[in-house]
Design a protein around this ligand. Structure first.
Ligand code: 1CP
Length: 361
């Protein structure tokens, strides 16, 4: 029977993603994918023939449309805001473009004190209103499915600002970090403020989870990460904790850093495919939720091979405090139908309504 108008309505169950990030056991393992909105989708490619990448992120109705599409098309348990880690450094005074097939290109890379001194503070409500409107529109369209807001971590942003483009060796970044520790400190502090303000504003606009992409932190030794990056992450996460929103911290190729990353104070860690999740878990504080860690290339393999690997991820991740994801973003040549089938498979395989309670012997 329907509840009487104005009478008590049964509480909607908490979204799976939030249950898992609170360290609980959801009714099935939540799934979402980094870069779940992007070039592998025919509708996205279609939109991109008419609009540039940054035009999409700067037009709230289009950004929200791209953000929400994977929830409808794939059945994933969360949307991630369609934007880019470079978006908030624009109003800080960094002139950049996103070049097709390459990534962010910065017009004047920052390598000296004058470059750091020229950076401006960013006030999201004033400087990034279209991003916050995209968050609000996405949240409204998602009808209770969580929206993940995000930002690049200070180190990963610094690497783009200093190198001026995607890099493999991070030569100029390390040269500045080692050669001018005070300038490095000033740049990291500035970027931490930009990132902190941007994340807090997204939460204020309705994002119910935040993810911090420190994609390239794995390029650092444990010693450099601990001395030159971790203090800034600790300050950033301390700034975010009062918001009461779970924060996921992600890096690629960073198995050597998981203890140090966990110690900076995120809610959960997102890891790549290089180390089995069970082993990662044993190195983390008890109960810390984990996200990961299927190799994105597995989505290009034959179905039996994909499922063999997905089964390992599900078994290693466990039912409690675990979010199924990839170890990095979906590759552009991925078949969307394979992604949709994988989401369904993870939900079926882990459903607590299964006769075996979702737990395989
Ligand atoms: O023309 C296009 O369509 C551009 C491709 C593209 C897309 C779809 C870029 C350029 N950015 C994005 C969107 C994007 N970027 C999202 C949103 C949606 C989603 O995940 O579904 C997110 C979360 C990002 C974050 C991002 N941008 C990261 C962190 C994640 C990661 O991949 O490690 C990084 C490093 C960037 C920089 C960037 N922007 C674009 C590219 C191709 C890159 C990577 C370049 C490089 O390899 O360094």
């Amino acid at each position: 029977m329907d509840p009487a108008p104005g009478g008590p309505v049964s509480a909607r169950p908490a979204p799976r993603l939030l249950t898992a990030l609170a360290g609980g056991v959801p009714d099935a393992t939540p799934v979402w994918f980094m870069r779940q909105a992007g070039r592998y989708q025919p509708q996205y490619r279609q939109l991109r023939t008419r609009y540039g990448m940054l035009e999409l992120t700067n037009t709230p109705s289009l950004a929200a449309q791209v953000t929400v599409a994977p929830v409808r098309d794939l059945g994933v348990d969360a949307a991630i805001l369609f934007s880019d880690i470079m978006v908030p450094v624009g109003p800080a005074g960094v002139d950049f473009e996103i070049r097709e097939g390459v990534g962010p290109i910065v017009a004047r890379p920052i390598r000296d004190a004058a470059g750091v001194a020229a950076l401006r503070e960013v006030e999201p409500a004033r400087d990034l209103p279209e991003v916050l409107e995209a968050v609000e529109r996405s949240v409204a369209a998602l009808a209770g499915v969580p929206l993940i807001g995000f930002a690049g971590a200070p180190f990963t942003l610094a690497s783009y600002l200093i190198e001026g483009r995607p890099s493999r060796q991070y030569i100029e970044t390390k040269r500045l970090m080692w050669g001018d520790p005070l300038l490095w400190e000033a740049l990291m502090r500035h970027l931490s403020r930009v990132v902190g303000a941007h994340l807090a504003a997204q939460a204020g606009a309705g994002a119910s989870v935040l993810q911090v992409f420190d994609s390239w932190a794995g390029a650092l030794s444990r010693e450099d990460y601990t001395a030159q990056v971790a203090p800034h992450m600790r300050r950033l996460f301390a700034h975010l904790t009062p918001l009461g929103v779970p924060v996921i911290y992600f890096a690629v190729g960073a198995s050597h850093l998981v203890e140090a990353m966990a110690a900076t104070g995120p809610t959960a860690l997102s890891v790549d495919w290089r180390e089995p999740l069970g082993q990662v878990r044993r190195r983390l504080p008890p109960g810390m939720p984990l996200q990961g860690n299927l190799d994105p290339v597995a989505l290009l393999a034959a179905w039996p091979s994909l499922i063999h690997q997905a089964r390992t991820v599900v078994a290693e991740g466990g039912r409690q405090g675990f979010v199924f994801n990839l170890g990095h973003g979906i590759l552009p040549t991925t078949d969307p139908e394979t992604v949709r089938r994988l989401v369904q498979w993870v939900h079926d395989e882990t459903a607590s309504s299964r006769p075996d309670g979702g737990i395989r012997p």
